[in-house]
Write a protein that binds this ligand. Structure first.
Ligand code: SAT
Ligand code: MN
Length: 624
């Protein structure tokens, strides 16, 4: 990996080490290279145990990175405040470094892998001086899956170790399985990029202004530098389970998607399994744990962020959740909006990042309670009194950062479906694509067939949120909610979706739907109440799958027929209901050229099928 060999470069075997060293030959060879380049002071081989987590948490509390929360309010939990410039994924600095440039872009940043390695090797050179290197063997998905997907993350951040332990299967058992089965793994190198000279005091949140999140998609390797924030540093999550896995999935004939997985149970006890893609911070966690407002219907959770879907022996598409935790957006989460998440969070064993804290050592964020507590310390550590905002700040500032997060073990979710534990996963009945659009897109539309469904996914759009650095509220296309996570060329990605459908028995494919909870009226007011009331839309989807309700054919797809959506007991005016369920032809006539421009950006590899779908839409809409 690195071609320098200087005498000052340390040998791994000469470093003080704790934990038991691996015997896996490729892992050892890679670790030798990392140690020689990054020059950590010590090395710790993680076993993933609770004792290890306790010890690291105590160290981080002592060093000021973490604050212990009140054990009676959130047991065994800690709180971190990041550097104010390290609060979200950095999409500008995220690269797909494929050997062939045509395997990246236009939705990715690309750089020649050799050039990127030169740049990053310079940054990594000595970047761990004064720090400990943690070695984390992990597995995305079940250890006893037919084809377990292993990774090893090495990082100089103990915060990353604690988080990876919640989000993935990590530690001794994984390493043992890797060694017994001589399994290969995805090397994931992470550094916060802040070496410490002898005697130099650490800061609470070490990071570097220069940040790179880099995927070598041919080699299947991840290099991350300069950020400690979740999506940039927990490399099993977006980097492996989406960007690298999407490339594996293309080559191996499956799908790695930014989707929640839920099980919907009807009053008669019939189960429907649904996978749903929404951009970051558009309510995936809320939908995954939905508390239905309609009589007799129940939801159980399987996952809230990532779904891996493969065909089973029976020709159906099965989904598994490769993660073991929730890394959810905190603001807006409350016992009203998401009681299941709150219950899971209150069980503790969690890491909270950039939320606010009460004087009692409890967590707080905007939307958790109606009234703001009298006194708080905010995500920047400033004191708040009453309604006046932070000391030295402005009254309209938020106490919790809009992208503040809870990191909580999934097994604490009281409505976790039993099938979560099944390595084969669940057969998917419906796929939902969604976005945040204040106009144009109706509450729910069913696609005519798989190809039309792929068109809906490929043209999905959303107003941007705080989950990524940059302006909030700007409309962008977000194909299958994968815009920041597709590990190869978007045209090939859409083609892969089309091909998945072509190769399957049509009647066994999931039905595809497009939803939008965020439609507003002329005054900017949301017309649909959302949250638990979204169960009414899920019910319609289930009834469509079961063939129990009719739909109306329209140019944009199948819409609920009059009275199709159960609004029993819901306070909504006829005007609002018609407003959210219907579509405006003039808005869609405006949408067609926008979709055309989006497709233009794909270049010549734009799948023919998508051109046909767009023409079909344009023709069906007709002229004014
Ligand atoms: O920051 S993460 O990428 O982990 C979460 C998200 O943006 O969906
Ligand atoms: Mn996500």
């Amino acid at each position: 990996m690195f071609n320098e060999s200087e005498s000052r470069r340390p040998l791994r075997s000469s470093l003080p080490s704790t934990g038991s060293a691996p015997t896996h030959p490729r892992l050892l060879a890679w670790l030798d290279e990392v140690v020689a380049l990054c020059r950590p002071d010590a090395i710790h081989y993680c076993d993933g145990s609770a004792e290890e987590a306790d010890r690291l948490a105590r160290q981080l509390i002592e060093s000021g990175t973490l604050i212990r929360l009140n054990d009676e309010l959130v047991p065994n939990s800690v709180y971190a405040r990041t550097d104010p410039d390290d609060v979200a994924r950095v999409e500008d600095q995220t690269f797909i470094c494929s050997e062939d440039e045509r395997n990246a872009g236009p939705t990715n940043n690309w750089m020649d892998p050799a050039q990127m390695k030169r740049i990053m090797s310079d940054l990594y050179d000595g970047c761990m001086v004064g720090r400990t290197l943690y070695v984390m063997p992990f597995c995305m998905g079940h250890l006893d899956a037919a084809d377990p997907k292993f990774g090893v993350e090495v990082s100089d951040s103990a915060y990353v170790v604690l988080s990876m332990r919640i989000m993935t299967r990590m530690g001794r058992e994984v390493l043992e399985t890797m060694e017994e089965t001589e399994a290969d793994f995805v090397p994931c190198l992470h550094s916060v990029g802040m070496p410490l000279e002898p005697g130099q005091a650490d800061v609470p949140w070490p990071c570097n202004e220069t940040k790179y999140i880099v995927h070598f998609t041919d080699e299947k390797m991840v290099w991350s530098y300069g950020s400690g924030y979740g999506g940039n540093s927990l490399l099993g999550k977006k980097c492996y389970a989406l960007r690298i896995a999407s490339v594996m999935a293309r080559d191996e004939g499956w799908l790695a998607e930014h989707m929640l997985i839920l099980k919907l149970i009807s009053p008669e006890g019939r189960a429907f399994h649904i996978a749903a893609a929404f951009p970051s911070a558009c309510g995936k966690t809320n939908l995954a744990m939905l508390d239905p407002t309609i009589e007799g219907w129940r939801v159980e959770t399987l996952g809230d962020d990532i779904a891996w879907m493969r065909f089973g022996q029976d020709g159906r598409l099965y989904a598994t959740n490769p993660e073991t935790g929730f890394f959810g957006v905190a603001p807006g989460t409350s016992f009203e909006t998401n009681p299941n998440a709150m219950t899971a969070i209150r069980k503790g064993n969690s890491i909270f990042t950039n939320v606010a804290m009460t004087p009692e050592g409890d967590i707080w964020w905007e939307g958790m309670t109606k009234d703001k507590p009298e006194t708080l310390s905010d995500w920047k550590g400033r004191a708040w009194h009453g309604k006046s905002g932070p000391e030295g700040g402005r009254p309209e500032e938020k106490a919790a950062h809009p992208n503040s997060r809870f990191c909580t073990p999934i097994e604490q979710c009281t409505i976790l479906a039993d099938e979560y534990h099944d390595p084969a996963g669940v057969p998917i009945d419906a796929i939902i694509f969604g976005g945040r659009r204040e106009n144009t897109v109706p509450l729910v539309t069913q696609s005519r067939d798989w190809r039309h469904g792929v068109f809906m996914g490929a043209t999905c759009s959303s107003e941007s949120t705080a989950a990524a650095k940059g302006a909030v509220g700007v409309l962008r296309r977000d194909p299958m909610a994968m815009l920041p996570f597709i590990g190869y060329h978007v045209a090939d990605y859409v083609q892969h979706w089309i091909d998945i459908g072509k190769g399957a028995e049509q009647s066994k494919l999931p039905k595809i739907f497009y939803v939008n909870w965020f439609r507003r009226d002329e005054d900017g007011r949301f017309m649909w109440p959302g949250f638990g009331e979204n169960s009414r839309v899920l019910k319609w989807i289930a009834q469509r799958i079961a063939g129990e309700v009719d739909a109306m054919e329209t140019p944009i797809g199948l819409l609920p027929a009059e009275g199709g959506i159960d609004v029993d007991g819901l306070e909504i005016s006829d005007e609002d209901l018609a407003g959210v369920l219907g579509y405006q032809e003039h808005e869609w006539r405006d949408e067609v050229p926008r979709i055309g421009r989006w497709f233009d950006s794909f270049g010549w590899r734009l799948p023919r099928e998508m051109v046909d779908e767009l023409l079909q839409l344009e023709t069906a809409l007709g002229r004014e």
